[in-house]
Write a protein of this length. Structure first.
Length: 207
Protein backbone atom coordinates (compact mmCIF):
# COMPACT_ATOMS: atom_id res chain seq x y z
CA UNK A 1 0.00 0.00 0.00
CA UNK A 2 1.18 3.51 -0.71
CA UNK A 3 0.85 5.82 2.26
CA UNK A 4 -1.10 8.98 1.59
CA UNK A 5 0.26 12.48 2.07
CA UNK A 6 3.49 12.02 4.00
CA UNK A 7 4.26 15.46 5.36
CA UNK A 8 5.62 15.64 8.90
CA UNK A 9 7.44 13.07 10.94
CA UNK A 10 5.30 12.07 13.87
CA UNK A 11 6.03 9.96 16.91
CA UNK A 12 3.80 8.23 19.41
CA UNK A 13 4.09 7.47 23.09
CA UNK A 14 1.62 5.32 24.99
CA UNK A 15 -0.27 6.65 27.98
CA UNK A 16 -0.58 3.04 29.10
CA UNK A 17 1.95 0.28 28.58
CA UNK A 18 5.54 0.40 27.34
CA UNK A 19 6.73 3.35 25.26
CA UNK A 20 8.14 0.80 22.81
CA UNK A 21 5.14 -1.54 22.75
CA UNK A 22 4.08 -3.16 19.49
CA UNK A 23 0.45 -3.93 18.82
CA UNK A 24 -1.16 -2.65 22.03
CA UNK A 25 -4.85 -3.72 21.91
CA UNK A 26 -7.17 -0.69 22.04
CA UNK A 27 -4.09 1.33 22.98
CA UNK A 28 -4.28 5.02 23.80
CA UNK A 29 -1.32 7.03 22.55
CA UNK A 30 -0.10 10.59 22.09
CA UNK A 31 0.98 11.44 18.53
CA UNK A 32 3.49 14.28 18.51
CA UNK A 33 5.99 16.15 16.37
CA UNK A 34 6.74 19.66 15.17
CA UNK A 35 3.74 21.89 15.92
CA UNK A 36 1.36 19.06 16.80
CA UNK A 37 0.35 16.94 19.77
CA UNK A 38 -2.85 14.91 19.71
CA UNK A 39 -4.14 11.61 21.07
CA UNK A 40 -5.88 8.65 19.44
CA UNK A 41 -7.27 5.40 20.82
CA UNK A 42 -7.36 2.18 18.82
CA UNK A 43 -10.97 1.07 18.22
CA UNK A 44 -12.46 -2.10 19.62
CA UNK A 45 -10.63 -5.12 18.19
CA UNK A 46 -7.74 -3.05 16.78
CA UNK A 47 -4.25 -2.33 18.06
CA UNK A 48 -2.01 0.75 18.21
CA UNK A 49 1.55 0.00 17.02
CA UNK A 50 4.45 2.49 17.25
CA UNK A 51 7.18 0.35 15.69
CA UNK A 52 6.02 -1.51 12.56
CA UNK A 53 5.55 1.57 10.37
CA UNK A 54 8.69 3.45 11.42
CA UNK A 55 10.65 2.62 8.25
CA UNK A 56 7.89 4.38 6.30
CA UNK A 57 7.99 7.36 8.63
CA UNK A 58 4.81 6.24 10.40
CA UNK A 59 5.04 6.06 14.18
CA UNK A 60 1.33 5.56 14.86
CA UNK A 61 -0.29 2.73 12.89
CA UNK A 62 -3.43 0.72 13.56
CA UNK A 63 -4.75 -2.64 12.38
CA UNK A 64 -7.04 -5.46 13.47
CA UNK A 65 -5.80 -7.48 16.43
CA UNK A 66 -4.07 -10.76 15.47
CA UNK A 67 -3.08 -9.33 12.05
CA UNK A 68 -0.07 -7.13 11.24
CA UNK A 69 0.87 -3.81 9.63
CA UNK A 70 2.46 -5.72 6.74
CA UNK A 71 -0.29 -8.23 5.99
CA UNK A 72 -3.58 -6.66 7.12
CA UNK A 73 -6.15 -5.91 4.42
CA UNK A 74 -7.07 -2.71 6.26
CA UNK A 75 -4.68 -0.41 8.11
CA UNK A 76 -4.82 3.10 9.49
CA UNK A 77 -2.20 5.66 10.49
CA UNK A 78 -1.89 9.23 11.76
CA UNK A 79 0.10 12.15 10.34
CA UNK A 80 0.19 15.95 10.33
CA UNK A 81 0.98 18.77 7.92
CA UNK A 82 2.25 22.17 9.01
CA UNK A 83 0.31 25.07 7.52
CA UNK A 84 2.19 27.10 4.88
CA UNK A 85 1.43 30.18 2.84
CA UNK A 86 0.20 27.95 0.00
CA UNK A 87 -1.64 25.35 2.03
CA UNK A 88 -3.88 26.64 4.83
CA UNK A 89 -7.08 24.60 4.54
CA UNK A 90 -8.25 21.02 4.19
CA UNK A 91 -9.46 21.50 0.57
CA UNK A 92 -6.00 22.79 -0.33
CA UNK A 93 -4.40 19.69 1.22
CA UNK A 94 -6.74 17.51 -0.85
CA UNK A 95 -5.91 19.42 -4.02
CA UNK A 96 -2.19 19.00 -3.29
CA UNK A 97 -2.67 15.27 -2.77
CA UNK A 98 -4.63 14.84 -6.01
CA UNK A 99 -1.99 16.75 -7.98
CA UNK A 100 0.72 14.55 -6.47
CA UNK A 101 -1.04 11.33 -7.42
CA UNK A 102 -1.95 12.56 -10.90
CA UNK A 103 1.65 13.55 -11.48
CA UNK A 104 2.94 10.14 -10.39
CA UNK A 105 0.96 8.02 -12.83
CA UNK A 106 -2.48 7.89 -11.19
CA UNK A 107 -4.71 9.93 -13.55
CA UNK A 108 -7.92 8.32 -12.28
CA UNK A 109 -7.30 9.13 -8.63
CA UNK A 110 -10.31 11.01 -7.22
CA UNK A 111 -11.50 12.48 -3.94
CA UNK A 112 -15.05 12.69 -2.60
CA UNK A 113 -15.98 14.78 0.41
CA UNK A 114 -18.29 12.65 2.56
CA UNK A 115 -19.05 14.97 5.48
CA UNK A 116 -18.01 15.67 9.05
CA UNK A 117 -16.90 13.41 11.86
CA UNK A 118 -17.78 14.64 15.34
CA UNK A 119 -15.35 13.46 17.98
CA UNK A 120 -16.10 12.36 21.53
CA UNK A 121 -14.26 15.51 22.70
CA UNK A 122 -16.33 17.98 20.67
CA UNK A 123 -13.93 18.50 17.75
CA UNK A 124 -15.03 18.21 14.13
CA UNK A 125 -13.09 16.48 11.36
CA UNK A 126 -13.71 16.48 7.61
CA UNK A 127 -13.99 13.04 5.97
CA UNK A 128 -12.92 12.27 2.38
CA UNK A 129 -12.91 9.03 0.40
CA UNK A 130 -10.19 8.41 -2.19
CA UNK A 131 -10.25 5.86 -5.04
CA UNK A 132 -8.61 5.19 -8.39
CA UNK A 133 -4.95 4.68 -7.57
CA UNK A 134 -2.97 2.17 -9.65
CA UNK A 135 -2.58 -0.16 -6.67
CA UNK A 136 -6.34 -0.68 -6.31
CA UNK A 137 -6.54 0.72 -2.79
CA UNK A 138 -9.64 2.23 -1.21
CA UNK A 139 -8.88 4.98 1.29
CA UNK A 140 -10.53 7.41 3.67
CA UNK A 141 -8.93 10.39 5.38
CA UNK A 142 -10.30 12.42 8.27
CA UNK A 143 -8.71 15.87 8.53
CA UNK A 144 -8.63 18.01 11.68
CA UNK A 145 -7.79 21.69 11.21
CA UNK A 146 -5.71 23.14 14.04
CA UNK A 147 -3.89 26.47 14.46
CA UNK A 148 -0.51 25.37 13.13
CA UNK A 149 -1.20 22.05 11.44
CA UNK A 150 -3.79 19.94 9.75
CA UNK A 151 -3.74 16.61 11.59
CA UNK A 152 -5.19 13.62 9.82
CA UNK A 153 -6.01 9.93 10.17
CA UNK A 154 -5.87 7.65 7.12
CA UNK A 155 -7.59 4.33 6.40
CA UNK A 156 -6.02 2.32 3.55
CA UNK A 157 -7.56 -0.94 2.31
CA UNK A 158 -6.60 -3.49 -0.32
CA UNK A 159 -10.20 -4.03 -1.49
CA UNK A 160 -13.65 -2.49 -1.41
CA UNK A 161 -14.85 -5.32 0.84
CA UNK A 162 -12.08 -4.62 3.36
CA UNK A 163 -12.86 -0.90 3.19
CA UNK A 164 -16.54 -1.39 3.92
CA UNK A 165 -15.79 -3.74 6.78
CA UNK A 166 -13.16 -1.46 8.35
CA UNK A 167 -14.96 1.86 7.91
CA UNK A 168 -16.99 1.72 11.18
CA UNK A 169 -13.82 0.99 13.18
CA UNK A 170 -12.02 3.79 11.35
CA UNK A 171 -14.78 6.25 12.28
CA UNK A 172 -14.46 5.08 15.89
CA UNK A 173 -10.73 5.79 15.69
CA UNK A 174 -11.36 9.28 14.31
CA UNK A 175 -13.96 9.98 17.00
CA UNK A 176 -11.29 9.30 19.62
CA UNK A 177 -9.15 12.21 18.33
CA UNK A 178 -8.19 14.70 21.03
CA UNK A 179 -6.08 17.79 20.35
CA UNK A 180 -3.62 18.42 23.19
CA UNK A 181 -1.51 21.40 22.09
CA UNK A 182 1.00 22.52 19.47
CA UNK A 183 4.29 22.90 21.33
CA UNK A 184 5.07 19.80 23.44
CA UNK A 185 7.36 17.78 21.20
CA UNK A 186 9.31 15.52 23.56
CA UNK A 187 8.34 12.65 25.82
CA UNK A 188 9.43 14.38 29.01
CA UNK A 189 7.54 13.82 32.29
CA UNK A 190 6.07 17.30 31.88
CA UNK A 191 4.77 16.36 28.43
CA UNK A 192 3.26 13.07 29.57
CA UNK A 193 1.62 14.67 32.62
CA UNK A 194 0.17 17.42 30.45
CA UNK A 195 -1.23 14.91 27.97
CA UNK A 196 -2.67 12.63 30.63
CA UNK A 197 -4.23 15.60 32.45
CA UNK A 198 -5.85 16.79 29.23
CA UNK A 199 -7.47 13.38 28.72
CA UNK A 200 -8.61 13.17 32.35
CA UNK A 201 -10.08 16.67 32.42
CA UNK A 202 -12.14 16.08 29.29
CA UNK A 203 -13.52 12.80 30.63
CA UNK A 204 -14.48 14.47 33.92
CA UNK A 205 -16.29 17.25 32.08
CA UNK A 206 -18.26 14.68 30.04
CA UNK A 207 -19.46 13.01 33.24
Amino acid sequence: MRTVALFLTTFVCFLTGSSQAQGLPEGLGIVYGKNHVFSLKAPDGWVLDNTSGVKQGLHAVFYVEDSSWKDADAVAYARARTLTEDVQTVPQVVEYLLADFHGSGNPDYTAEKIGKVETARGASGVLYHFTGDKWGNYEAVCYFQEKKTINFVVLSCRSLEAFQEARPSFLELCQSYQYVNDHYTTTTPEFLNKAAAAESNVDEKKE
